[in-house]
Design a binder for this molecule. Structure first.
Ligand SMILES: *Cc1c(COP(=O)(O)O)cnc(C)c1O
Length: 367
C-alpha cells in the first residue's frame, strides 16, 4: 500500500471536478465575484439544512467566532468560558474581541468541555460560553444551556469540526445563541479555500453580524459600526453549493468508517476508542484514539515507518501556550489527553481494506 494520508481529499476532488469546473465557470461568466447569487443561495440552503432562521456566510471560522462574540455584545472586560482542548482559534477569538478566556477542564471520554464544571469558574464578569463540538462529537448541551439560562450567558457554539453533527436530533450550531462553522478545506464540509458561516435564530444578532461582515454597514458608504471585510466569495460559495447536498452521505461514510475501526480495534489493551454518547450523532471529523502508558509517540513513529500518517490533535492544550499564562491553570484531563491522543486516517470514502491494514499495523506496533 502507498502512503496513507490522514485525509485523502483527492477522492472527493476527482469525483466532483466536472461539476466544480462548471460551477466556477458560471461564476466567471456572471462577472459577480462578491456577494452575488451563490452566497445568498448558499446561506438559504445552509440555513435550511441546519434548521436555523438566519445564516451569514463569512470568510473563515475564526471570523465567525469573532463576529458572533461582537454581535452578541461580548467585549472588553468580559470573561468567556471555553475548553482548553481545542484549536487555538477558539480562545484567540475571545482574546481578539478584548474578552478573557477562562478554561474549564474536559471530559475524558468525549474530549469536550465538561458542563458539570462550568459553575465552578463563573464570576460576575462571565458573559458567554463557547462549547466546542470537538472532532464532530456534540458537547452535552442540555446541562450547559440550563446553566447558561440560569446565569444569563450567551452560548456561541464552535462547530468548526461538526458540520451536520447532531445533539438529540438537532443540528449542532442551532442550540445556543449562535453557531460558528469553518469551511477550511479539511473540515467535514470544506471549501477549496477559506470560508466560514454563522447561524442564529436571533434576528437582531443576525443583522449585526451581517453588518460587521461588511464594514459595519447596512447600506454601502453609510457605515454604522467598526466592522470587518469578512465576506465569503462567490467562487467558494458556488463550490460549497455543489458539496452541501452531499454532506449527509459523506458524514454517513465517516460513521461507517468509525464502525469498521471499532470492529477491528476494540478490546486492544491500552487503546481507548472514541465513543458516541446516546445524545450525540458523531460525524467523526477525526477518529481519535487514546493510547495509554506513554506509548502514543512510539505508535505514531511505528505507523509513520509503515507509511501511515497520523496527527496529534492537540499536543498542547491552549492554556499551555505562553500567551495564556500556563501557570494559572490546573486542567489535568486536558493535559493527560494531550499526551495520549492520536488521530488516525479517516475520510468519507476510505476503503475497508485500507482500514484493515492500518488496524493491523496498530496492533503490531503495540505488541
Ligand atoms: C478550524 C477550526 C477553527 C477555525 O476555523 P478557520 O476557518 O480555520 O478560521 C476554529 N475552531 C476549531 C475547533 C477549528 O477546528
Amino acid at each position: 500500500m502507498g502512503k496513507i494520508p490522514v485525509l485523502d481529499i483527492g477522492c472527493e476532488v476527482r469525483e466532483l471536478k466536472p461539476q466544480m469546473m462548471d460551477a466556477i465557470e458560471k461564476v466567471l461568466d456572471s462577472g459577480a465575484f462578491i456577494m452575488g447569487d451563490n452566497v445568498k443561495a448558499f446561506e438559504r440552503e445552509a440555513a435550511e439544512y441546519l434548521g436555523a432562521a438566519h445564516a451569514i456566510a463569512l470568510n473563515s471560522g475564526t471570523d465567525a467566532l469573532v463576529i458572533a462574540l461582537l454581535a452578541a455584545g461580548i467585549g472588553e472586560g468580559d470573561e468567556v468560558v471555553t475548553t482548553p482542548f481545542t484549536f487555538f482559534a477558539t480562545a484567540e477569538a475571545i482574546s481578539r474581541v478584548g474578552a478573557v478566556p477562562v478554561f474549564v477542564d474536559v471530559e475524558p471520554d468525549t474530549f469536550n468541555l465538561d458542563p458539570g464544571r462550568l459553575e465552578t469558574v463563573l464570576t460576575a464578569k462571565t458573559k458567554a460560553v463557547i462549547p466546542v463540538h470537538l472532532f464532530g462529537h456534540a458537547v452535552d448541551m442540555d446541562p450547559l444551556l440550563e446553566m447558561a439560562a440560569r446565569y444569563d450567558l450567551k452560548v456561541i457554539e464552535d462547530v468548526a469540526q461538526g458540520f451536520g453533527g447532531e445533539y438529540k436530533n438537532r443540528k449542532l450550531g442551532t442550540l445556543g445563541t449562535a453557531g460558528c462553522y469553518s469551511f477550511f478545506p479539511s473540515k467535514n464540509l470544506g471549501a477549496y479555500g477559506d470560508g466560514g458561516l454563522l447561524v442564529t435564530n436571533d434576528p437582531d444578532l443576525a443583522e449585526r453580524a451581517a453588518m460587521l461582515r461588511t464594514h459595519g454597514s447596512r447600506k454601502k458608504y453609510y457605515n454604522e459600526l467598526i466592522g470587518f471585510n469578512s465576506r465569503l466569495d462567490e467562487i467558494q460559495a458556488a463550490i460549497l453549493r455543489v458539496k452541501l447536498p452531499r454532506i449527509e452521505e459523506w458524514n454517513a461514510g465517516r460513521r461507517l468508517a468509525a464502525e469498521r475501526y471499532r470492529a477491528c480495534l476494540s478490546g486492544l489493551e491500552g487503546v481507548t476508542l472514541p465513543e458516541e454518547k446516546s445524545y450525540a450523532k458523531h460525524v467523526y471529523h477525526q477518529y481519535t484514539l487514546r493510547i495509554a502508558d506513554g506509548k502514543r509517540d512510539e505508535l505514531q513513529a511505528g505507523l509513520e515507518a509503515e507509511g501511515i500518517s497520523s496527527i496529534v490533535y492537540y499536543p498542547l492544550p491552549v492554556h499551555r501556550l505562553p500567551v495564556y499564562a500556563p501557570s494559572l491553570w490546573d486542567l489535568p484531563t486536558a493535559e493527560a489527553l494531550a499526551g495520549e491522543v492520536l488521530s488516525i486516517p479517516i475520510w468519507p470514502q476510505i476503503e475497508a481494506e485500507t482500514q484493515l491494514w492500518i488496524s493491523e499495523k496498530i496492533k503490531q506496533s503495540l505488541r
